[in-house]
Design a binder for this molecule. Structure first.
Ligand code: NAG
Ligand code: NAG
Ligand code: NAG
Length: 399
């Protein structure tokens, strides 16, 4: 989700500001580049792995247990839900009701909380972050004031037949059940981590900072240094433009309309080494299915994931492809696996802003992630070869 953006006028303002920033900073950076001369061509890095194309899709706002927890009944090897997990509605009152997990996820009227403070309460049950392991006890309590039935909603998950595409992919390929959001906060800091292993200190969706862009080195820079290609297939606006390095004019050609180019490039075997497929972040009138109901988002998300998968499978590049599907953060939904609070490497020494001065030393809540490739051994979740797609996977693995 692009920070604070809403349909209508403000959206156009934000888009306008982003494009302006793209053009202005792109111009300066490009001039700087030209001064250094284009004579010396970069040597293409040789990829020894059979996997030469990594495709990354980052979905939104769902915890692992919410999406995949109930697969456990048929897949005991997956660390999901037993049905005995619960959260007390009021942690200060031992007599308050316990809300148990259910497989009845569906219509959710409003987004559960997933700002920094909400997530802290969800993970620790209070503002005291000293417990280790984290108790994962405050999801129901945090949702209490957010509307009728919200505590039950955040404790719910999907039965496998409500997420048939994921259930099938989990059977055929690999599911990660220890993959956590990079930062215990909202969407954009986590999205920044995906391609640069840091949010450069961002701990909330700060509109002004996002418009100015972030200066850190990204995976796109590493790819370019190594003579490898990348492409961003976006739907309405690319959130990857929040990285300053992608605003250079020379990178304009790396941005493609998903609907016009993705199937086309895949069918011709022309996908670059690193492919980012961006979500449709805005609710547009032209796409009436884009409403505010996360239950519909999941059905739409299932169709979208299937389309990406089928497109890759039909491509002549399929035998050299790995598709990674993950989520930016957990969206306020319950997960039972304690969030890591120790031994988390600090990415770059930058401390988050007032009032939390967050040091990026603990992760967010567990999210669903898949690795899909003909090189994944069916049903075992094991790779038939080590996936040493050097630069790319190393960076992503830090997510
Ligand atoms: C993938 O398939 C193409 C076309 O059939 C073939 O040329 C290529 O060697 C295959 N690559 C691998 C890693 O098997
Ligand atoms: C939670 O329980 C405590 C202790 O009984 C009580 O003081 C407090 O008012 C309760 N909070 C809510 C929102 O009911
Ligand atoms: C995801 O969370 C963001 C806030 O971080 C919110 O604006 C957005 O609407 C949510 N997206 C979905 C699909 O629920």
């Amino acid at each position: 989700m692009v920070a604070g953006a809403r349909p209508g006028g403000r959206r156009h303002l934000l888009v306008g500001a982003l494009l302006l920033a793209l053009v202005v900073s792109g111009h300066c950076l490009d001039a700087h580049h030209n001064n250094r001369g284009l004579k010396r061509r970069r040597r293409k890095h040789e990829i020894h792995s059979p996997v030469k194309t990594v495709v990354v899709v980052v979905m939104e706002n769902r915890s692992f247990d919410h999406i995949l927890g109930w697969l456990r009944a048929e897949r005991p090897d997956i660390d999901g839900l037993t049905g005995a997990e619960s959260n007390r509605l009021n942690l200060s009152d031992p007599a308050s009701p316990e809300i148990f997990v259910t497989d009845k996820a569906g219509y959710v009227d409003s987004d559960p909380g997933h700002g920094f403070e909400d997530i802290r309460e969800q993970i620790f049950g209070s503002a005291d972050t000293s417990a280790s392991p984290a108790p994962m006890s405050g999801f129901a309590q945090n949702a209490r004031g957010m509307g009728l039935g919200m505590p039950q909603n955040v404790m719910s998950g999907f039965a496998p037949d409500s997420v048939p595409v994921y259930a099938a992919l989990a059977d055929e390929f690999a599911v990660f059940d220890r993959w956590f959001a990079s930062v215990p906060t909202s969407t954009q800091p986590n999205r920044l981590f995906v391609h640069s292993a840091t949010s450069h200190g961002l701990t909330f969706n700060a509109r002004k900072d996002l418009i100015n862009g972030f200066p850190q080195k990204t995976i796109f820079d590493s790819l370019e240094e190594n003579g490898l290609s990348f492409g961003i297939y976006y739907q309405n606006i690319p959130a990857t433009l929040f990285y300053q390095s992608l605003r250079r004019l020379k990178h304009l050609v790396k941005f493609h309309q998903y609907s016009l180019k993705f199937k086309h490039d895949a069918a011709r075997g022309k996908l670059p080494n690193y492919v980012v497929i961006e979500q449709r972040y805005f609710d547009c009138k032209e796409f009436p299915a884009n409403d505010d109901h996360p239950s519909h988002d999941v059905a739409r998300g299932q169709r979208f994931v299937k389309e990406v998968y089928e497109t890759l499978r039909a491509s002549p590049q399929w035998n050299e492809t790995a598709l990674i599907i993950t989520y930016d953060e957990h969206g306020g939904f319950y997960d039972h696996v304690p969030t890591p609070v120790e031994g988390v490497p600090q990415p770059d020494g930058i401390v988050g802003p007032d009032p939390y001065y967050f040091k990026f030393e603990r992760l967010g809540v567990r999210v669903p992630s898949f690795l899909i490739s003909p090189w994944v051994e069916k049903g075992t979740g094991e790779l038939s070869l080590p996936l040493n797609f050097d630069v790319q996977v190393n960076l992503i693995a830090q997510h």
